[in-house]
Ligand binder design. Structure first.
Ligand code: SAM
Length: 319
């Protein structure tokens, strides 16, 4: 029998499954490098994974599993609900003997208690219907004294509230049309992936700092570090955030352009609203920049208004 949860899980798996193969080798390697750069920038000793038993929960196309395997982990398991992502990950991991990819949900991990030294769960739990249960599962499989790294979306800022306003319009336009508009806008594959995820993934949960703190504290973690350096993507600066909002607007501009194919005509109203929302966010960003330039707000206030909490990247040790 199909439950609503099954349907949304299937939709999530299909959505992400369609994304990884868009990465060519260069983009894939760049995404592995991003992991090394970000972890190093936050003082994480990459050599400390050598000999460890690691799991990458919600591994997608496998970039982080492969990164850990290359660092000399004794064994890495990458698991995901998307068979397409796993297939892509297996192909990319050819030649590595210390990594394997399995189909499993973070809501029900098929691994014994306390069986891993390092659990990594990057950008996954907030896309499940029950993040708390998922967090309970990743904690259950972690050994006492083992380390857990999680990325969860943060509340506030300009980007996510805009995405949440756009989502109903993008969904009304439909996946195929938005995908086509993204291609017409000639965005790079990693942006295609990001925008399609953002607009169509069934579940998105956001957290503030207190919620993140409580999540780890109540599950029995110590030495919690919330990483604030190594912001290397759309959070790296106000300018990059502006560029990304510009790219988002370009998607709907492409859908509305006179040169767009005739089948875009029926979606004009939704594309128009989505474009206006994105332009409004860009205008807000420019206004924040102007206030900063005029000395009316400091850098901290500028960054808070633009980025909000930003992604929570948290490393902690299980007690
Ligand atoms: C934003 S992607 C992140 C992929 C990978 N962690 C990375 O950083 O490249 C989210 C991934 O979570 C997976 N996912 C969503 N719900 C899941 C669940 N319940 N169990 C396992 N994986 C899940 C999706 O299929 C997708 O591959």
């Amino acid at each position: 029998m199909t439950t609503p949860q099954d349907a949304s899980t299937r939709q999530t798996a299909e959505l992400f499954g369609d994304l990884w193969h868009r990465y060519d080798d260069r983009l894939f390697e760049a995404s592995v490098q991003l992991f090394y750069d970000r972890f190093r920038a936050n003082g994480f000793d990459l050599g400390s994974l050598r000999g460890q038993r690691c799991i990458d929960v919600g591994c997608g196309g496998g970039r982080l599993s492969i990164a850990m395997a290359r660092l000399g982990a004794a064994e890495v398991i990458g698991c995901d609900i998307s068979e397409e992502g796993l297939r892509d990950a297996r192909r990319r991991a050819t030649g590595l003997t210390n990594v394997r990819f399995e189909r499993a949900s973070t809501l029900e991990l098929p691994y014994p208690d306390a069986s891993f030294d390092f659990v990594l769960c990057n950008g996954v739990l907030h896309h499940t219907p029950d993040p708390l249960r998922g967090f309970g599962e990743i904690t259950r499989v972690l050994k006492r004294g083992g380390r857990c790294f999680v990325l969860l979306y943060g509340k506030g800022g300009l980007r996510w509230p805009t995405v949440m306003k756009i989502r109903p319009h993008a969904q009304a336009m439909g996946y195929a049309l938005v995908d086509e508009a993204i291609r017409l806008a000639a965005l790079p594959a990693n942006k295609q992936r990001t925008f399609l995820d953002d607009f169509f993934v069934p579940h998105i949960t956001f957290y503030d700092g207190d919620e993140i703190h409580d999540l780890f504290a109540l599950h029995g973690y110590r030495d919690m570090q919330r990483w604030t350096t190594g912001k290397l993507d759309h959070e790296s600066s106000v300018a990059v955030q502006g560029e990304e909002l510009g790219q988002m607007a370009a998607v709907f501009d492409a859908a509305l352009a006179p040169s767009a194919p005739p089948h875009f005509a029926a979606a004009r109203a939704h594309a128009g609203t989505a474009r206006d929302e994105t332009r409004a966010a860009l205008a807000d960003l420019r206004a924040v920049e102007a206030e900063f330039a005029a000395g009316r707000i400091d850098e901290r206030e500028r960054d808070w208004r633009v980025h909000g909490w930003g992604h929570h990247r948290v490393l902690a040790t299980r007690i």
